[in-house]
Design a protein around this ligand. Sequence first.
Ligand SMILES: C[S@@+](CC[C@H](N)C(=O)[O-])C[C@H]1O[C@@H](n2cnc3c(N)ncnc32)[C@H](O)[C@@H]1O
Length: 240
Amino acid sequence: MSDPYAATAGAYDLLNAPWRSAQVAALERLRPLLRPDAGPILDVGAGSGLNTAWVLQNLPGSQVVALEPSPAMRALSLSRIAGHPDWYERVTVRPEDFFAATLPPRLGGAILLGVLGHFDAGERAAVFAELADRLPDGGAALIDLQQPERPEAVPAATMASSRVGELEYRLIGEAIPAGGDRLQWRMTYLGLDGERVLTEETTEHIYHHPAPAVVADEAAAVGLGMERLADTTYWLLRRA
Ligand SMILES: C[S@@+](CC[C@H](N)C(=O)[O-])C[C@H]1O[C@@H](n2cnc3c(N)ncnc32)[C@H](O)[C@@H]1O
């Protein structure tokens, strides 16, 4: 079975670093709305476990259910957790995707970072309905709507680069419109010794880029209000 995130996992945290401080700022806005007493915090598409770890570190007594279908990304999550035996009783990393997993009946909050674009309109509606059903009154989920805001072509450009020792890790991204709200992204991950390419892996994803107003209407249909945080990337979905 091929893993569409295998190439991404290679240097995930290094290449995610330019966005990390904005993600943490958004998590800080979510924090006072999280209700660990009401149920576990659901991390959908937990990736390398950055946000799962943030909850475990910052919300003492909380439980986390992390969903991560990619074996390569899930391995990163489990490696992060492995260094913290005190977390083992507090976190479950499930290999099912959102629609295959049995979700906890009640949630204390949810985090969906870097994942909403994997869902089309019908899937988003289903995800929002499941969240609305399980969040407590006033409970919240953090989402991001990734740039570009409209599904327009993105020319090839270095999106992130990081040096560790003698080698550089570089991400080159580009996208072409694929109809409707969809972009076809092509991500190339390079491992470089100077200008010599040691490793090169490319992966392609279809990603949805719905307008914020469309997503707000979908959320409102199941009783979730949508509030913008910094720039147009991060939003809170909140149950009345
Ligand atoms: C860009 S990564 C984001 C990882 C992490 N949330 C972060 O912010 O660093 C998107 C993740 O969503 C996962 N994913 C894709 N489709 C999914 C689905 N239907 N249900 C759950 N996770 C999914 C992928 O395997 C991938 O690890």
